[in-house]
Design a binder for this molecule. Structure first.
Ligand SMILES: *[C@@H]1O[C@H](CO)[C@@H](O)[C@H](O)[C@H]1NC(C)=O
Ligand SMILES: *[C@@H]1O[C@H](CO)[C@@H](O)[C@H](O)[C@H]1NC(C)=O
Ligand SMILES: *[C@@H]1O[C@H](CO)[C@@H](O)[C@H](O)[C@H]1NC(C)=O
Ligand SMILES: *[C@@H]1O[C@H](CO)[C@@H](O)[C@H](O)[C@H]1NC(C)=O
Length: 955
């Protein structure tokens, strides 16, 4: 499945620095994401680290006696092929229900003697034949046992068929059933999505099978290793089109159309897809491969699918070369759906997306939207081979499937958009992101035992940040130390060997090992498996400390909280085989293997930088002398280090300081050279780290000095973009320059850089004078709206409100809704808070996120806190039990809490509302108390030092 949270990428964290104004967008983003995750039961997480850890599995697996009480299918029967016919009704029946009917015939073989057939089925009503749910017949000469009885087991989602005698080994049988299911709007299995186009309500029948929902569509052996061929037939109304994994073949009839599909390749149930819709499409052909993009007719007419069509061909071409295997299917369909749970899903030959992940409007979408489309497509298409052609046997190895796609998505996207330098972005969006989660004592290893993952909830939990982002980071490290040609050679051999079959993760290690052995000149100190076990079987990662005076080099498990206790033992005692690429005074050195070699030859005079290009998954610390040399290098010649190493030096320093390994001032000193920095990635990295300082200090005397420091640092960047854009009349050409322009303007305005405010106000005023013609570039809209409203008064606010009410574009509405929380006028903020509880003004689904935008604003924070406290029982009643991300409300409001007084208020709130309850925010409230306590401690320890530093540095 695609990652669901690309929203937070590339939005320009400059917004974060809007201290007095509110930083709505970022919150907007993390909330949008969290909502998604709430719906999604812990699909891969973004910066929110909650929910990314897994409960420790019970150590004594309980094995139920009856085979139908176990979550795994018995190994006595394997499917060969299915004929599945589905007929979704796009109008409600007389009971007001949307339903589908279906028939399925599955040919299977008995491979171990049994008198029991167990097949998955969930929420299906079966037609009975002589009192049984199914008919059984034979396809060969073998006698067919009679059915003794059949029954459904709800808990394990099975249909069980007890036979009166045993099946014959090796003989083929046919199991036939007819069934009825609800075409619900629950986003699972075969489901219904609704939208309105040109005033007409329309229904789409579509599907999401991963991980365990195919069984809700038709009875099937619903495990990834139970691969089979599927002959699909869909019955639907004239005027609609039916899509599935194979190429279609339409027979027009009256009053219905019957679309049959070519038999699929041998495949897993979780990548099946069935769709009926009246969407439009655009098409291109590449070497006889049909490529189509489907979406709502209006979106296709507005050319919103063009960009996706443009990049799909090149990306497929890239993977064919990289994997050295041709695209395994006869067509590639991709479709944008109005209601979709994940970000995207890699159904084989028919990939499904949410609209924002596939559609791009050249006039109205931002450059961040464009990057998202490219990377999500690249991620999903990577799975057409890795995941779909060759499939991991069971969900415990999900990290390899998703980690792999999360790594190579950057390679595919880079091929499609070579000017973006997009490979560097993995550092911000995966490596640094997962460092934060994996540095907690509550993290968990990538790899899990097959027996630890059984029921659908345990399977769902596998879709988390560790699987996606740490998986990507360690595979990238592996590719770096093997070198890309060797990695690709092993990969290609793995794909060719196991095509249409299933594997376990060690199969990949074996093929990479063979590639190493067949490549002269490549040496690794241990086998691929031995090296990788340390990264996949134990959680966390090391901090490598290099003492340049002695050449000594050591590693230690990195924990963000030095007082935390690790209660998960590791067979490797938290040591790793660490491949260290490094340079000495600008000269690349030979790769060093920690735990294998003993020390480096160093004199203490050269500057040393380890982990060049951040090719390894570890942090680095040095002796103070080397830190000084690195900082002075940054100040005199920062380009001596690569862009991502500049970002990494900053991120390592801030995190080492949080872990009390180095001083806070040393971390702050890494930001001094930023006045010379023009690149987005180091800036973004610094701003993410500084965000914590802003939250902690924006109500204290430190803030004046912090602002003055930032003003000094951002001024040159602001001037740079002013020139680059010919006085703000052009869009910067460079892809990341566009992101950094957003940062520059956002921060500059918030810290009072001259000219910034006037610039923003003039754009906004022009728009107010001519509302039909918005002169603000889509990239800059969020920043400009927020600042103009912050600097403005009731007129600016009311104008935004009118535009909010008028717009038909969802993304525009959400930008405005968050920007309105940026005002500094308490009465406007209070009025807006009142609006949030009036569903005619703010849709109920947006209530809690709007309150959080207001709380992000330093003026709005106490107002929101009072508002929520005063109405807790009502808010709890309305939202506490729904699907809203209620925990984030408490989380968002208390983010700044850092005084003894606030801690007491929080505790009192907990006491006072004990009788009402806190629902899904219960844990968030406990965490808020814990975090507030930690913040108080951090402030006490650091405030004086930080104030002194900012004061000295800002003059
Ligand atoms: C599926 O269709 C193919 C081609 O029409 C046919 O050979 C095969 O027997 C069918 N499978 C089943 C299960 O009937
Ligand atoms: C599957 O469908 C095909 C085409 O309609 C038909 O020829 C075949 O007999 C069916 N197979 C089974 C096992 O029902
Ligand atoms: C399936 O049967 C149950 C029990 O009779 C009924 O409540 C339910 O509505 C049926 N489902 C559909 C989709 O008709
Ligand atoms: C798609 O490619 C065509 C042809 O190169 C180009 O003219 C068009 O601008 C591209 N569309 C988008 C949205 O990038």
């Amino acid at each position: 499945m695609g990652k669901v949270y690309y929203v937070s990428k590339n939005m320009g964290l400059g917004m974060l620095i809007l201290a007095v104004t509110a930083l709505a967008i970022i919150i907007a983003l993390s909330i949008a994401y969290d909502k998604e995750r709430a719906k999604n039961q812990g699909k891969p997480g973004d910066e929110a680290s909650e929910g990314t850890t897994m409960p420790t599995p019970s150590t004594t697996p309980f094995t139920p006696k009856e085979p139908w009480d176990r979550y795994r299918l018995p190994d006595s029967i394997i499917p060969v092929a299915y004929n599945v016919t589905l007929w979704p009704r796009l109008e409600p029946n007389t009971d007001g229900l949307y339903v589908f009917t279906g028939q399925s015939a599955v040919v299977f073989k008995c491979v171990k003697e049994t008198d029991l057939i167990i097949i998955h089925a969930r929420k299906l009503n079966f037609t009975t034949f002589l009192g049984h749910h199914v008919k059984l017949s034979g396809l060969g000469d073998a006698t067919v046992p009679a059915i003794q009885k059949t029954w459904l087991v709800e808990k394990t989602e099975y249909l069980v068929i007890q036979l009166s005698s045993r099946l014959t080994m090796g003989a083929p049988y046919l199991l036939y059933s007819e069934f009825l299911g609800e075409l619900a709007d629950d986003l699972e299995g075969f489901y219904r999505s609704e939208y309105t186009e040109d005033g007409v309500k329309k229904i789409v029948a579509t599907s999401q099978m991963q991980a365990t929902y195919a069984r809700k569509t038709f009875p099937c052996f619903d495990e990834p290793a139970m691969k089979a061929v599927f002959n699909v037939t869909i019955i639907h109304k004239p005027g609609t089109v039916a899509l599935s994994n194979g190429k279609e073949n339409v027979i027009d009839g009256v009053p219905v159309k019957v679309t049959t599909f070519e038999p699929t390749e041998r495949m897993s149930t979780y990548v099946l897809a069935f769709i009926v819709t009246d969407f439009g499409y655009i098409q291109s052909n590449q070497n006889n491969l049909m490529i189509r993009i489907w979406a709502k007719r209006n979106a296709i007419a507005d050319q919103q699918g063009d960009y996706a069509l443009n990049v799909t061909g090149p990306i497929l071409q890239f993977y064919e070369q990289y994997y050295n295997t041709t695209y395994p299917l006869s067509k590639s369909d991709q479709i944008a759906l109005p209601d979709f749970n994940a970000g995207a899903m890699e159904n084989w030959g028919l990939v499904t997306y949410r609209e924002t992940a596939l559609l791009f409007d050249p006039m109205l979408s931002s450059t961040g939207n464009k990057e998202r489309v490219t990377t999500v497509i690249s991620h999903e298409l990577a799975h057409m081979w890795f995941g779909n052609l060759v499939t991991l046997r069971w969900w415990n190895d999900l990290w390899l499937n998703e980690g792999f796609a999360s790594y190579v998505e950057y390679l595919g996207a880079d091929y499609a958009e070579p000017s973006w330098n997009i490979k560097d972005h993995i550092i911000l969006y995966d490596v640094q992101k997962v460092f934060a989660v994996d540095a907690l004592a509550s993290s968990h290893p990538l790899s899990r035992q097959e027996e630890e993952v059984n029921d659908p909830a345990q399977i769902s939990e596998m879709f988390n940040t560790i699987s996606y982002s740490k998986g990507a980071a360690v595979l990238r490290m592996l590719s770096e130390f093997l070198t890309e040609p060797v990695f690709a050679r092993g990969l290609s051999s793995y794909l060719n060997t196991f095509a249409f079959g299933n594997t376990v993760y060690t199969d990949l290690w074996d093929h990479l090992q063979q590639a190493v052995e067949h490549t002269p000149g490549i040496h690794i100190p241990h086998s691929v498996q031995d090296i990788m076990n340390r990264w996949t079987l134990q959680m966390g990662f090391p901090v490598v400390t290099i003492d340049t005076r002695t050449g000594s080099i050591a590693q230690k498990h990195f924990l963000l909280d030095p007082d935390s206790v690790v209660d998960r033992p590791s067979q490797f005692n938290y040591t790793w085989f660490v491949p260290i690429k490094w340079m000495k005074t600008g000269v690349e050195q030979q790769q060093y293997w920690l735990l294998h070699e003993t020390g480096m030859t160093l004199s203490g005079e050269d500057w040393v930088l380890a982990n060049t290009n951040v090719s390894g998954y570890f942090r680095v610390n040095y002796d103070l002398g080397n830190w000084d040399r690195l900082l002075s290098l940054l100040n005199t010649d920062h380009q001596a280090l690569s862009v991502i190493n500049r970002a990494q030096v900053i991120d390592d320093a801030f995190n080492l300081a949080r872990a009390k390994i180095i001083n806070t001032t040393l971390a702050l000193r890494t930001t001094k050279y930023l006045s010379k920095e023009r690149n987005y990635i180091p800036w973004e990295s610094a701003l993410r780290n500084l965000d914590y300082y802003i939250l902690m200090f924006d109500r204290t005397e430190v803030y004046g000095a912090l602002q003055a420091y930032l003003k000094k640092q951002i001024q040159p960047l602001f001037d740079h973009f002013k020139i680059l854009t010919a006085n703000w009349t052009k869009v910067p050409e460079g892809h990341t320059d566009q992101y950094n322009e957003i940062n520059a303007i956002g921060i500059a305005c918030s810290v009072g850089v001259e000219g910034c405010r006037e610039l923003i106000n003039s754009w906004y005023r022009q728009w107010m004078e001519n509302p039909g013609q918005n002169p603000i570039h889509p990239n800059l809209k969020s920043t400009v709206y927020c600042n103009a409203i912050a600097f403005g008064g009731v007129q600016e606010w009311d104008f935004a409100w009118r535009m909010f009410k008028n717009t038909t574009l969802a993304s525009e509405a959400s930008r405005l809704r968050s920007a309105m929380a940026c005002t500094k006028a308490p009465w406007l903020l209070n009025r807006y808070l009142d609006y949030t509880l009036d569903p005619t003004k703010i849709r109920k689904q947006d209530t809690t996120s709007t309150i959080q935008y207001i709380a992000r604003n330093v003026v709005g924070m106490p107002l929101a806190w009072n508002f929520v406290r005063a109405r807790w029982s009502y808010i709890f009643e309305q939202f506490g039990k729904g699907s809203f991300s209620f925990a984030n409300l408490v989380n968002g409001i208390t983010k700044r809490f850092s005084s003894e007084f606030e801690l007491q208020e929080l505790k009192k709130f907990k006491e006072d509302n004990f009788h009402v309850g806190f629902g899904s925010a219960t844990m968030a409230l406990e965490q808020a108390i814990e975090k507030t306590t930690a913040n108080i401690k951090w402030l006490t320890e650091n405030k004086a030092e930080v104030l002194k530093w900012f004061t000295e540095e800002s003059t």
